[in-house]
Design a protein around this ligand. Structure first.
Ligand code: 13P
Ligand code: SF4
Length: 330
C-alpha cells in the first residue's frame, strides 16, 4: 500500500537505507523483477549510465514494443511512459516521478485539439509523439523528430494535413516537404528559448564550431545550424563529423552521450536568451533521479495508467508510425 503522502506528491521520496550501494541495488532489483530501465538523452547522466537502453523518443517506443521484460521503468517524461503503456498494456510501466510532464504536450489539450480537428474534417492529422494519450486518440499518425519528414512525405503532396502540437517542428517539416500543413501553435519551453544572437556570438568566438539544432528550435536557429535533427541524429552526427567543436542547441542532457562518444571533442551548450536561468535544461526530465528510480523499482510505483478507451484509439496512430518507420528502415 502506497502512503497517501506519496500519492499526493506523485513520487516516493523515502531516504535510501544507509550503506546502500544505490546503483548496485537498482541493477539487482531489475534482475530480480525482470525490469528494464529506459532513459531519454535529456535525463541526468547518472540515470542514463544506469539504464539498459538510452535513446530518442522513436527508439524508446520501438524498444518498448519489442521488450520481453515484465516491468518497464521509463526514465523520461510522462507521455513516454504513456506510449509504453499503450504499446504494452499487460506490462507494468513506471515513471519515477509523475510530475515529469512536457510543455509541448501541455500546450495541446486534447479537447481543444479535437475541436481543431473537427473544424477541418478533410485533413489528415499528424501529431508529434510529445502529446498526451488523449491527443493521440484524435490523431491519424504519430511522428517523432526522427521520422516526421519521411512520414509526412509518405502522403500524396495534395493531402490536406494538420500538424500538432509543435509549430516549430511543423514549420520546419513544411519547409522541407514544400507543404502547407495547418499548425497547432504549441512550443517547447526549452527549445524556443535559444537565442540566435548569443549563438552567433559563440560562433564568433569558436569559428570552427558546427551548430547542431533540434527541430523544435525556432526557425532562425534551425536556419543557421549545420545539422538539424532528433537527439539521436545530432548525437550520431557529432561523433562522426570531422569538426572538433560543436555548439549544441538542444536540451543539455545530450552532452553527456556526446562527450562519451567523442571524449576529445568540445561540446558547448547553446545559451538561452536569459543568461540568469538554466533554460537549456528541461525541468521535467531533470525530475528523474537515482533516489526516485530506486524507490519506484522497490515499490513498483508510480505506475502509468491509460484509460482503456483512450488507449484503444491511441494505439492506431502509434502503430501506424512504427509500421511506416519499419517500411522506411528508420
Ligand atoms: P527526440 O525525439 O529527438 O528524442 O526529442 C524528444 C524531445 O522531447 C525533444 O524535446
Ligand atoms: Fe517536452 Fe521540451 Fe522537455 Fe522535450 S525538452 S520533454 S519537448 S518540455
Amino acid at each position: 500500500m502506497i502512503d497517501k503522502k506519496w500519492l499526493e506528491l506523485g513520487f516516493i521520496d523515502e531516504p535510501v537505507p544507509e550503506n546502500t550501494d544505490i546503483k548496485a541495488e537498482i541493477r539487482r532489483m531489475c534482475k530480480e523483477k525482470n525490469a528494464v530501465i529506459m532513459a531519454h538523452y535529456y535525463t541526468e547522466g547518472e540515470v542514463q549510465d544506469l539504464a539498459d537502453f538510452v535513446g530518442d523518443s522513436l527508439a524508446l517506443a520501438q524498444k518498448a514494443a519489442a521488450t520481453d521484460a515484465d516491468i518497464i521503468v521509463m526514465c523520461g517524461v510522462h507521455f513516454m511512459g504513456e506510449t509504453n503503456k499503450i504499446l504494452c498494456p499487460e506490462k507494468t510501466v513506471l515513471v519515477p516521478d509523475l510530475n515529469a510532464s512536457c510543455s509541448l504536450a501541455e500546450s495541446c489539450p486534447a479537447d481543444e485539439f479535437e475541436q481543431f480537428v473537427k473544424a477541418h474534417p478533410d485533413h489528415t492529422v499528424i501529431s508529434y509523439v510529445n502529446t498526451t494519450a488523449a491527443t493521440k486518440a484524435v490523431t491519424d499518425v504519430v511522428v517523432t523528430s526522427s521520422n516526421a519528414k519521411q512520414i509526412v512525405d509518405s502522403f500524396p503532396k495534395d493531402t490536406p494535413m494538420i500538424f500538432g502540437p509543435d509549430q516549430n517542428l511543423g514549420g520546419y517539416i513544411n519547409s522541407l516537404t514544400d507543404r502547407n500543413m495547418l499548425l497547432w501553435n504549441g512550443a517547447c519551453h526549452v527549445h524556443e528559448k535559444f537565442s540566435i544572437e548569443r549563438i552567433m556570438q559563440l560562433k564568433k568566438e569558436h569559428p570552427n564550431a558546427k551548430i547542431l539544432a533540434h527541430p523544435e528550435c525556432k526557425a532562425p536557429v534551425a536556419r543557421i545550424a549545420d545539422k538539424v535533427g532528433s537527439t539521436a541524429a545530432l548525437l550520431k552526427f557529432s561523433i562522426a563529423d570531422e569538426a572538433q567543436e560543436f555548439i549544441v542547441a538542444t536540451e543539455s542532457g545530450i552532452l553527456h552521450e556526446m562527450q562519451k562518444g567523442a571524449p576529445h571533442k568540445t561540446f558547448i551548450p547553446a545559451p538561452p536568451d536569459d543568461s540568469t536561468c538554466a533554460c537549456n535544461e528541461c525541468n521535467f526530465m531533470k525530475l528523474i533521479n537515482l533516489r526516485k528510480l530506486y524507490n519506484c523499482l522497490k515499490y513498483e510505483w508510480p505506475t502509468v495508467e491509460v484509460d482503456l478507451e483512450v488507449a484503444k484509439k491511441a494505439i492506431r496512430p502509434i502503430n501506424k508510425m512504427l509500421e511506416i518507420s519499419k517500411q522506411l528502415g528508420l
